[in-house]
Structures are given as structure tokens and as C-alpha cells.
Design a protein around this ligand. Structure first.
Ligand code: NAD
Ligand code: ZN
Length: 249
């Protein structure tokens, strides 16, 4: 009897359209803390109390202090083996799609070509108001930021990270691209607790359109019981093993 990895590799070899949705766990081995892991608390705050429009309106300096620290941490992080495998799969001849909830841009740094960033990027800023010109994100990779909180270059008002906060709507273009990618033959969720909607809904969408659904996660999640194939393991271990099987003659 072939194991789960062989079964998956056989299926991946036979199909054309594959999509992978990733979350914070894929970047854990790079040193980026997840929200729900042991490092999930910053000072005494939960991310759910910082990554919101209300928190920013109440205390922009506090929210920016948290983002400044995350940017400093992530600036020292490099893509890991999971990012590298997914980047390879995204390039020709495969051209498989990666949908990510991550805002660290490690998929981009690894060279991922077909990437849908659902939650924006920590390395882009936006006018908080927003003014007319500041509504389009601009890149800012400075660590540390000075001044912090940073200002909008167009109107001089407060700038904010160009990320999607809890309670905010996702970019319609990103949503549409992710939904199109959910129309596929194999849909893999890895490094995500699969509780944050609408991202968690794509797994469901893929299943209802007939995709083989797969989860790769060291811990059980709400998705574990509903996927066709649940692989218990870390993304940076499991993905390179699948890739090796795909390369084997
Ligand atoms: P999460 O923190 O809620 O869950 C992380 C998941 O990853 C868990 O299910 C955990 O079991 C799993 N995991 C841990 N180590 C793993 C590994 N080595 N391989 C595979 N899986 C592993 O993260 P989430 O579901 O992505 O959602 C929370 C939100 O937080 C997202 O919207 C995201 O934007 C944001 N976030 C982003 C980053 C980042 O950009 N790197 C980091 C933290 C949170
Ligand atoms: Zn502005």
C-alpha cells in the first residue's frame, strides 16, 4: 500500500491545475512567529486586539510599535525549504498557484511567480485616511522606520501598513484570483489553522468543485477532519519530500 505522500505525488503527476493556500505556519521555520503559537502574544496584547481599525484609531503609536517590531523580526528571516518548493512549482512547466495569507513576502523573495496575496504586505504602506494619492500602497522597507508612526508622503497624515486587518474587506481582485484558483484538480492547505474566513472558504470551494483536498500541518485543525488527505507534518519537511517524489523517474 502506498503511503499518503506517494498517493499525493501520483495524483500531482497526473493533473494540471494545482493550488496551494499557505498561512503563518509555512514561515514558522524561517523564524516568523505565528499568531496562535507560543510567541503569539506581544507584550500583553493579542494580535486580534492590535490588527484592527479600532485599535489603530485608538492608539496608532501602539499598533505601529507592534508592526515596527514584526518588520524588524521578519527583515532577518529568509525563505525556507517550503517556500523554495512552492516557488519551483509556480514556475513553468507547472505554473501552479500559491495563495497566501502571509504578509511577510517570503514567497516573493523565494521567487514565486503565480502568487495571490490575500492579506497584503507588511512592506507596503498606505495613507490611513486615505487621501486620494495615498490610497495606492507604496513600498517602504526601512527598518527602523523614522518617523514611527510613518506619514503619508502625499498629505502628511498618518500612514498605515497595507495589510488587511480583522474586520476589513479583502481586495476584490485578490479574492477573485483566489476563487479562480480554487477551481483546480488538487487543493493543498498548509501552515494555516483554516479558521480565518474567507480564506478558509477556498478549501470548501475547491472540494465542492471536485478537487482532491489535502492538508499539511503538524497539528490538527478544523480542516483535518474534512480534507481527503491529511498529512501530519511540517511544511518545510513534507513539501521537499513530495517534490523529491515528483522528480523521481
Ligand atoms: P495561525 O497563526 O492562525 O496558524 C498557524 C498554523 O500553522 C497552525 O495551524 C499551526 O499548526 C501551523 N503550523 C505551525 N508550524 C508549521 C509548520 N512548520 N508547517 C506547517 N504548518 C505549521 O496562522 P494563519 O492561519 O495563517 O492565520 C492568521 C492570520 O495571521 C493570517 O491572516 C495572516 O495574515 C496573519 N499572520 C501572518 C504571518 C506572516 O506573514 N508570516 C504571521 C502571523 C500571522
Ligand atoms: Zn495621505
Amino acid at each position: 500500500m502506498p503511503g499518503a505522500l506517494e498517493t499525493l505525488a501520483d495524483r500531482l503527476r497526473a493533473v494540471r491545475r494545482v493550488s496551494v493556500i499557505t498561512g503563518a505556519g509555512v514561515s514558522a521555520a524561517s523564524g516568523v512567529p505565528t499568531f496562535r503559537g507560543p510567541d503569539g502574544l506581544w507584550r500583553r496584547y493579542r494580535p486580534e486586539d492590535l490588527a484592527t481599525p479600532d485599535a489603530f484609531a485608538r492608539d496608532p503609536a501602539l499598533v505601529w510599535a507592534w508592526y515596527a517590531e514584526r518588520r524588524a523580526t521578519i527583515a532577518r528571516c529568509r525563505p525556507n525549504a517550503a517556500h523554495a518548493v512552492l516557488a519551483g512549482w509556480s514556475r513553468p512547466p507547472r505554473g501552479w498557484t500559491v495563495i497566501t495569507q502571509n504578509v511577510d513576502d517570503l514567497h516573493l523573495e523565494a521567487g514565486t511567480e503565480r502568487l495571490v496575496r490575500l492579506h497584503g504586505s507588511l512592506w507596503d504602506l498606505l495613507c490611513a485616511r486615505p487621501c486620494r494619492s495615498g490610497a495606492t500602497p507604496w513600498p517602504d522597507r526601512r527598518v527602523p522606520l523614522a518617523p514611527c508612526p510613518p506619514v503619508c508622503p502625499h498629505c502628511g497624515g498618518l500612514a498605515r501598513p497595507a495589510v488587511v486587518w480583522f474586520g476589513e474587506a479583502l481586495d476584490p481582485g485578490a479574492l477573485q484570483a483566489a476563487s479562480a484558483a480554487a477551481s483546480c484538480d488538487v487543493f493543498i492547505a498548509t501552515g494555516t489553522s483554516a479558521v480565518v474566513y474567507p480564506a478558509a472558504g477556498f478549501l470548501h470551494e475547491a472540494a465542492s468543485r471536485g478537487a482532491l483536498t489535502v492538508e499539511i500541518n503538524p497539528d490538527p485543525t478544523p480542516a483535518t477532519a474534512v480534507v481527503d488527505l491529511a498529512i501530519a507534518g511540517a511544511a518545510e519537511d513534507v513539501l521537499p519530500r513530495i517534490d523529491a517524489l515528483l522528480r523521481a523517474p
